[in-house]
Design a protein around this ligand. Structure first.
Ligand code: ATP
Ligand code: MG
Length: 211
């Protein structure tokens, strides 16, 4: 369970979130909607642990992870995966190295890393692409690698920031279904930010709109 309790977050004197509270039960697929600048990415960054709220607290699985300006549990200790708005894949690494990145940081042995990469490539339908460089992939393939990289560490929570917005409608629809399927197979909590009503309708078990 993720709980945000009376969060106030101020950036340079401007209140992005004010007295904001939200509970996200385990395995829910929650969609966050809202205009540009309404604080959607900021909300994900709070949950991931890249930023702390000036007021209020964030509780994950009964542990206070951030409180009143302080990050108590850092991002790498929160079992959270994130797919960023700009993907942020490593351009100097190939597909395999990108997917294994988080596992390497966790000092998982190489043999297990290789197995995990194969499992992820299977899941996202990119078998045989392990040695390809990121700039040799289409946008949709890059999107899937970003998804695989986030899922490789078996996160309990997956945060996705407009992950499909740059794709054509056909690929967008396919990957939407893929995300729902992966959620059903792997059973993580999904917090999904989008501007698209259509994506929100299909992916969200619950939707909230940031003002
Ligand atoms: N690091 C930062 N420093 C100062 N202000 C910031 C910072 N990050 C975001 N902001 C401001 O906070 C507000 C919320 O930004 P945020 O990125 O959360 O919006 P968003 O809802 O994700 O928008 P979009 O739909 O365009 O991605 C904006 O006014 C933005 O300019
Ligand atoms: Mg954003």
């Amino acid at each position: 369970m993720i709980e945000l309790k009376n969060i106030t977050l101020v950036y340079e004197g401007r209140k992005v979130l004010q007295e904001f509270s939200l509970k996200i039960p385990p395995k829910e697929r929650l969609v966050i909607l809202g205009k540009s600048g309404s604080g959607k990415t900021t909300l994900l960054r709070l949950i991931a642990g890249f930023v702390a709220p000036q007021k209020g607290e964030i509780i994950i699985d009964k542990k206070v992870v951030a409180k009143e300006g302080k990050i108590l549990i850092p991002p790498d200790k929160r079992a959270i995966g994130m797919v960023f708005q700009d993907l942020a894949l490593w351009p100097h690494m190939n597909v395999e190295e990108n997917i294994a990145f988080g596992l390497k940081i966790q000092k998982i042995p190489q043999k297990i890393r290789i197995e995990k990469v194969q499992e992820m490539l299977q899941l996202i339908g990119l078998n045989g692409y392990e040695k390809r460089h990121i700039d040799q992939l289409s946008g949709g393939q890059q999107q899937r690698v970003a998804l695989a990289r986030a899922l490789a560490v078996s996160p309990k929570v997956l945060l996705m920031d407009e992950p499909l917005s740059s794709l054509d409608p056909e690929l967008n629809r396919r990957l939407r279904k893929e995300i729902i399927r992966l959620h059903e197979v792997l059973g993580f909590t999904l917090v999904y930010v989008t501007h698209s009503e259509e994506e929100a309708e299909e992916i969200g078990e619950r939707k909230i709109i940031l003002k």
